[in-house]
Write a protein that binds this ligand. Structure first.
Ligand SMILES: [Zn+2]
Length: 83
């Protein structure tokens, strides 16, 4: 088990708060993105969390939406394509 000191954990919380914005490439400045990228590389717990979220999002993107009504499908597509 890797122990994380409380000061570091506060940094992690800030990163994880922005993880979804990062995954969707929105609401982030290039400096923010770089900060998150660096942190994910340096911090295994956050890196794992990121990989998990990314995988989840990937599955949602690939999920077959053909049984949804068109209006719902369009909304899901709009959410996934926010770039
Ligand atoms: Zn971290």
């Amino acid at each position: 088990m890797i122990s994380i000191d409380p000061k570091h954990w506060r940094v992690c919380e800030g990163i994880l708060d922005r993880l979804h914005e990062f995954l969707n490439r929105r609401e982030l400045t290039p400096a923010d993105e770089e900060e998150i990228r660096q942190h994910l590389k340096a911090c295994p717990p956050c890196g794992d969390r990121f990989e998990f979220e990314e995988l989840l999002l990937d599955r949602l993107r690939k999920a077959d939406p053909c049984r949804c009504p068109d209006s719902l499908r369009a909304r899901v597509q709009a959410l996934l394509n926010l770039e």
